[in-house]
Write a protein that binds this ligand. Structure first.
Ligand code: XMP
Length: 517
């Protein structure tokens, strides 16, 4: 792999993704990984990421100079660039001038391998206080900026290069090309990480792990569990059984979509457990959001475990125990939980609703090495429909946390109808890819007066919560076109008898969260 050494900024994962976009496999490692450990992993190249520290700070993470004697190609970015310059004998100065944001890069001479044939002046994204004033011996300076004489350098013989700016961000238009040139042209890494190679390698790994034994997978209707299941199905066929728990808190058509589209695309063996009444009973009389969440989580595990036991018993009669549980854990979860070499340390709740520690299954996690965009591409490669692969996020507790007040069958039906209209109109307007998601929230304990025909009505408001986001950590409210809002409003108030008012939530996150509960 290409190893991206993480100096503690939020950029390392982004760099790893950009490296993969050049069709080269990459992994993130912490900055205190010893050089021997790095060498042991036989990297094709190393990228030193940016980071928040000044190389002058007393506890600033340093680059071990031994790294540059290993012969492994190294690329430094921002802090990583400065740290490598220090280690190689160049000069980093605390000049007092800061460059932050969009900056003009001036190519020096012909620009070397990294910048050759790029425009002589082009924008890059900078974020640094210290500056490199002198490149180390034997290195060619290939670009500078107004405040930084050395903004890029390279030594193609030693296969070492670096840039002061952030090539990984979208604000650096030629950044991806520069990164590609380092990896392909300077480091000589072969671009082999393609969607079909991901599928082939993952399928082979699953076969190796599971052998001729059996596995189950909980489907949530979301992208990750669907793609994980499809990969395992491709690897072991009928020895995978999927379980879909219908808890009655789903949106209109979701169960049918899984039953129809997913099975049609994969041919997987699917067991649907109807637990609608069980969840309604458990939620009766409960309005408090955290309590609702806990109840849904708990009941989900109960139903899933029971389904697993039933399947196990069935399989057991045929002498074939189920040994594995499939989970859709993604690479960012792995990195964020410390790069875990262990198996079960991460967010088990995410896909199957919180599995117990003493789970009697081995875990199969076919997406452990993948980013979300790769998961989507794999899904398409495996023939999953767009409706599954580009599905917007939907919370595990489902509509229970979009009914403000007690959850009842009647209220669920009302919300489902309103939600379905909003989704239809957003899709018809071609807005699905522009918004992150648009929860529809039923204010079930609020009533307002309206008039329809000549009649007074006393119904409930719903809230539209359209948001734009990159990762759900922060979000902005989406400025939906008025005509789309109008169609949604008119249709909901006409078609859903219990609703006589449609409102829109114009709160960003923070301070609001995306969901209301
Ligand atoms: P909040 O409301 O915290 O939501 O801003 C952030 C994102 O997470 C989704 N969400 C959940 N997803 N289980 C999930 O799998 C949950 O319990 C859950 N709660 C919120 C929410 O839809 C949004 O995309």
């Amino acid at each position: 792999p290409v190893l991206v050494v993480d100096y503690g900024a939020q950029y390392a994962q982004l760099i790893a993704r950009r490296v993969r976009e050049t069709q080269v496999y990459s992994e993130v490692v912490p900055h205190d990984t010893p050089v021997e450990e790095i060498v042991r992993r036989d990297p094709a190249a190393i990228v030193l990421s940016g980071g928040p520290a000044s190389v002058y700070a007393p506890d600033a993470p340093q680059v071990d100079g031994a790294l540059f004697d290993t012969g492994v190609p190294v690329f430094g970015i921002c802090y990583g660039f400065q740290a490598m310059i220090s280690a190689l004998g160049g000069t980093v100065e605390h000049t007092g001038t800061r460059e932050y944001g969009r900056t003009e890069l001036s190519v020096v001479g012909r620009g070397g391998t990294l910048h050759e044939d790029l425009p002589g002046h082009h924008p890059v994204w900078m974020s640094h206080g210290d500056s490199v004033s002198k490149a180390p011996e034997g290195f060619t300076v290939t670009a500078g900026s107004k405040d930084t004489p050395v903004a890029a350098f390279e030594n193609t013989e030693r296969r070492i290069a670096g840039v002061q700016y952030h090539p990984e961000v979208a604000h650096t238009p030629h950044g991806q090309e520069v990164l590609r040139r380092f990896l392909h042209d300077i480091a000589g890494v072969r671009p082999q990480w393609t969607t079909s190679s991901i599928v082939d390698e993952t399928v082979a790994a699953i076969r190796e792990q599971v052998g001729d034994r059996r596995a189950i997978c909980g489907l949530s209707g979301g992208v990750d569990s669907a793609v994980a299941a499809a990969l395992v199905q491709r690897a072991i066929g009928d020895r995978l059984t999927c379980v879909f728990v219908d808890h009655g808190l789903l949106r209109a058509g979701e169960r049918a979509q899984v039953e129809r589209d997913f099975v049609a695309a994969t041919g997987v063996r699917l067991v649907v457990v109807d637990a609608v009444q069980q969840f309604l009973d458990a939620l009766a009389g409960v309005s408090e959001p955290e309590e609702k969440r806990k109840i849904v989580g708990r009941e989900f595990i109960r139903v899933f475990e029971q389904a697993a036991r039933d399947l196990q018993a069935e399989a057991g009669q045929a002498g074939e125990h189920i040994d594995f549980l499939v989970q859709g854990t993604l690479y960012p979860d792995v990195v964020e939980s410390g790069g875990g070499s262990g198996a079960a340390n991460i967010k088990s709740h995410h896909n199957v609703g919180g599995l117990p520690e003493d789970l009697q299954f081995g875990l199969v996690e076919p997406l452990r090495a993948l980013f979300k965009d790769e998961v989507r591409r794999v899904g398409l490669e495996l023939g999953l429909p767009e409706t599954i692969v580009h599905r917007q996020p939907f919370p595990g507790p489902g509509l229970a946390i979009r009914i403000i007040g007690e959850v009842t069958a009647q209220r669920l039906e009302t919300l489902r109808a309103a939600d379905s209209i909003a989704r239809e109109e957003l899709t018809a307007a071609g807005l699905d890819r522009d918004i992150w998601q648009c929860p529809v929230v039923l204010l079930a304990d609020v009533q307002s007066v309206g008039v329809q025909g000549d009649h007074r009505t006393y119904g409930h408001p719903v809230v539209l919560r359209p948001v734009s986001s990159e990762d759900a950590m922060t979000a902005d409210w989406t400025r939906l076109p008025y005509d789309v809002l109008e169609r949604i409003s008119t249709r909901i108030t006409n078609e859903v008898a219990e609703i006589n008012r449609v409102t829109i939530d114009v709160t960003s996150k923070p301070p609001g969260t995306i969901e209301w509960e």
